[in-house]
Design a protein around this ligand. Structure first.
Ligand SMILES: Cc1ncc(COP(=O)(O)O)c(C=O)c1O
Length: 385
């Protein structure tokens, strides 16, 4: 294809059901006249998700950020309590902590998985620490085997931001069961989406009541408001999309699994390019395809690759650069680490996410492969002169 004819290829593409399948559900909404506030479609979707993940707690929200905030509000922690998390995440993780009147404390990541380093978490614990939020970033699952006993030892809640890990499993167990709470985003960019939406799952029945309360302003009944809550409710329209997408997301995932293999082959053997870690005990959500570009070993920087791809209308994303401690809100806050300098400060300049969805065609993969190989060839020439 001529470059000028090529449409931009974005990192994500919303998974959409057949428009005709939506009509009967819209008819149901118009018949029931219930458009939000725990309507019939909403309750159906919650039930289907509870069954899918085999959890007693499945609570829908209007987005992943409100779900994160409600998870923290439901815990009713003393104001100013510290919540340990990773700086390599989307802004929402840290902001939800701050917006809940709590203090984010940033701990370093593991060199291979890029998820929270349990040893860094251990070092970050103080008398004010009440919770840890691990992020299964790029769909790579956190070191639950070490984080869970650590949190038990210090009596901390362990929550996971599982925005990138929908329908993922660890050693055969759904990640929706792992933490005290598991928070999903159902945003348009996610493998399973409701256009905008969020979900909290838990194996602990106790959280059911408080999560539903904080999702609805803390209102118990007409006469009683028990705690501080927000409007976190999902509408019937979003639930309708969810019911339909629930039937087709596995098909999308399998297309992405094949695409992952294609990308893997395309960049195989390129010195300085590192693939996302493959976790043999994990069923991947296939949310992202992330590569790391080591400037010294590859000969060009991550940003060079990003710009080169852009010239071909391939819009890769440098997720999650800038990291949270680069934001104006958190600048200057330390990243607790066991190393001399934090892993994340180095890694943030290397990470690049390639377009990863069913709209990526063979010719796109070929173009992307060509960009990587052309840069490598240029780097060799640079070295030779
Ligand atoms: C890791 C992570 N956490 C939280 C969110 C926030 O979810 P939402 O956009 O649904 O509010 C996102 C992305 O959107 C995310 O990538």
């Amino acid at each position: 294809l001529d470059i000028n004819e090529m449409k931009p290829l974005f990192v994500a593409k919303p998974l959409l059901p057949e428009l005709s399948d939506l009509t009967p559900l819209l008819q149901r909404i118009w018949t029931s006249q219930i458009v939000t506030n725990q309507g019939p479609l909403h309750n159906e979707l919650e039930a289907e998700l509870a069954t899918l993940f085999d959890v007693p707690v499945s609570v829908l929200f209007n987005n992943g950020t409100s779900a994160l905030q409600c998870a923290l509000l439901a815990l009713d922690l003393p104001q100013g309590s510290e919540v340990i998390t990773t700086p390599l995440t989307f802004a929402a993780t840290a902001h939800a902590i701050t917006a809940s009147g709590l203090t984010p404390v940033f701990a370093d990541i593991d060199e291979d998985t890029l998820t929270l380093d349990p040893e860094a978490v251990a070092r970050a614990i103080t008398s004010k620490t009440r919770a840890v939020i691990g992020v299964h970033v790029y769909g790579t699952i956190c070191d639950h085997a070490r984080l869970a006993p650590l949190c038990r030892e210090y009596d901390l809640y362990l929550a996971y931001d599982a925005a990138h890990a929908f329908a993922s499993s660890l050693d055969g167990q759904p990640v929706a069961q792992l933490g005290d709470m598991n928070i999903f985003s159902l945003h348009a960019t996610k493998l399973f989406n409701t256009f905008e939406g969020g979900l909290i799952t838990s194996s602990n029945e106790e959280f059911n009541r408080s999560l539903r309360l904080v999702r609805n302003f803390g209102i118990v009944n007409e006469e009683r408001v028990e705690m501080v809550g927000i409007n976190g409710k999902m509408s019937e329209l979003n639930a309708a999309i969810g019911l339909l997408n629930l039937k087709i997301f596995e098909q999308e995932r399998s297309i992405r699994t094949k695409l992952r293999a294609q990308y893997d082959a395309a960049i195989d053997g390129l010195a300085g390019i590192t693939k996302q870690v493959a976790q043999s005990n994990v069923q991947q959500s296939e949310q992202y395809y992330m590569v790391r570009v080591n400037k010294d070993a590859f000969g060009f920087s991550r940003d060079d690759v990003y710009e080169a791809l852009k010239k071909h209308q391939i819009m890769s994303r440098r997720y999650f650069w800038p990291i949270c401690t680069d934001f104006e809100s958190y600048r200057g806050m330390p990243i607790i680490t066991r190393h001399k300098t934090s892993v994340v400060e180095r890694v943030k300049n290397d990470v690049l996410c390639l377009p990863f969805h069913s709209g990526v065609e063979d010719h796109h993969v070929a173009t992307i492969a060509q960009v990587f190989h052309d840069l490598k060839a240029k780097a060799r020439v640079k070295l030779a002169v």
